[in-house]
Design a protein around this ligand. Structure first.
Ligand code: PLP
Length: 396
């Protein structure tokens, strides 16, 4: 009889390559000084939350009796916050969402875990579109699903529909999409979304079953050009949105976000109950209550994302000018650059010679690229450009 669950032990022992790179950066910073290390590994926002967030926190903790500030809320989240979130979504997307469709929880990670546990039954498959956030595999497999990967569309990082068409089967329970995307920065076009919804509608008819669309959207507000990102519940009835304030309000450590179960799903009440049940089973009830109070008054606000846009332009223009290949990123805060070595791991090791800390793409389900998180200071980017130039020159 084992003393512990070896799957969990493995997950807790093997660091993700992103974390490993970040830790290497910390070690290097001690050796040569933080200012000489160009760490593009983590997607930790570098812009402060909007002032109203800190103001609201100060107000909340300066009342005489803070018991209610820190107390439990309803398991699915405080009613007034759920109303504020629904109103915000409806004012921007006319989506007809109500408080009874919303489950507030600890960021996108909890939203995804809860949603997957609410849906997955034995034998189910969860489809992901490469390249994808590596934790999807952990979340889906832990929920008991088999992960099916749609290979990347290497031209534009939209969706490889001919492959997707072949891979959706009677076992497909849900497809996870992420737009704007980590790791590519690509934003799905309206045409891509329309084609994807049509494909899923057709497959639902063919297999006479529901196929859910799980829209993981922590980067929804981080779109830099004039690109309209449709709200997915308006495009496809069987949609569940997993949202997080980690990036839009720069609150990743506060663990706050929500799930929207579209009320257009015909068994909405059962699915919403399953979400509440999964939240209960996994211990994700009552998201941090002070943050729920903050969110009530900060919905619709964002950190100053223009800084990310400036960083994107600076980095994208310089790198493509030096000869790196990269699809234009329209959102999030990542660049996905073609590796100069066939093996991106080798390339990332060489980049370390120039103190550039980059993440190889293998764990994103798409080999041969590197990811750069440009949610860093603009000064660091400026200082790192000569290193990128030297790196590409070393290959000529
Ligand atoms: N999904 C994607 C695509 C992400 O990039 C991240 C975090 O970087 C998450 C989910 C998890 O977000 P959160 O910090 O809100 O749990």
């Amino acid at each position: 009889m084992a003393d512990f669950n070896s799957n969990m032990q493995k997950l807790g022992t093997v660091r993700s390559v992103i974390r490993e790179t970040f830790e290497y950066g910390n070690k290097r910073a001690k050796e040569i000084g933080r200012e000489n290390v160009f760490d593009y590994s983590l997607g930790n926002p570098s812009v402060s939350p909007p002032e109203i967030v800190d103001k609201k926190i100060s107000e909340l903790v300066s009342v005489e009796n803070t018991v209610s500030v820190h107390g439990y809320t309803s398991a699915q989240g405080a009613e007034d916050t759920r109303i504020a979130i629904a109103d915000d979504i409806n004012s921007r997307f006319s989506a007809g969402i109500t408080k009874d469709d919303i489950y507030i929880t600890c960021g996108a990670a909890a939203s995804l875990t809860v949603t997957l546990n609410a849906l997955v039954c034995p034998g189910d498959e969860i489809m992901v579109i490469a390249p994808f956030f590596p934790e999807y595999r952990v979340f889906a497999e832990t929920a008991g699903a088999k992960v099916v990967i749609v290979p990347a569309d290497l031209e534009n990082f939209q969706i490889n529909f001919s492959e997707m068409e072949k891979l959706v089967t009677a076992n497909t329970k849900a497809v996870i999409i992420n737009t704007p995307n980590n790791p590519t920065g690509a934003v799905f076009s309206k045409e891509t979304i329309k084609m994807m919804c049509e494909l899923l509608e057709n497959k639902q008819k063919e297999f006479n079953k529901k196929i859910f669309l799980i829209s993981d959207e922590p980067y929804r507000e981080l779109v830099y050009d004039d690109i309209e990102l449709p709200y997915l519940t308006n495009c496809y009835n069987n949609t569940i949105v997993c949202y997080s304030y980690s990036k839009s309000l720069s609150l990743p450590g506060e663990r706050i976000g929500y799930i929207v179960v579209s009320n257009k799903i015909d068994c909405h009440n059962d699915i919403y109950a399953a979400v509440c049940g999964a939240g209960r089973a996994l211990g994700f009830v009552c998201a941090p209550s002070m943050m729920q109070k903050v969110i009530k008054d900060c919905v619709g606000k964002t950190a100053d994302v223009s800084i990310y846009r400036k960083n994107r332009d600076l980095l994208y223009n310089a790198l493509t000018d030096y000869g790196y290949e990269c699809v234009h990123p329209d959102g999030a805060f990542y660049l996905f650059v073609k590796s100069l070595d066939e093996d991106a791991n080798t390339f990332c090791l060489k980049a370390r010679d120039y103190e550039l800390l980059l993440v190889p793409s293998d764990s994103f389900g798409c080999k041969g690229y590197i990811r750069l998180s440009y949610c860093v200071s603009t000064e660091m980017i400026e200082k790192s450009l000569p290193a990128f130039k030297k790196l590409i020159e070393s290959y000529k």
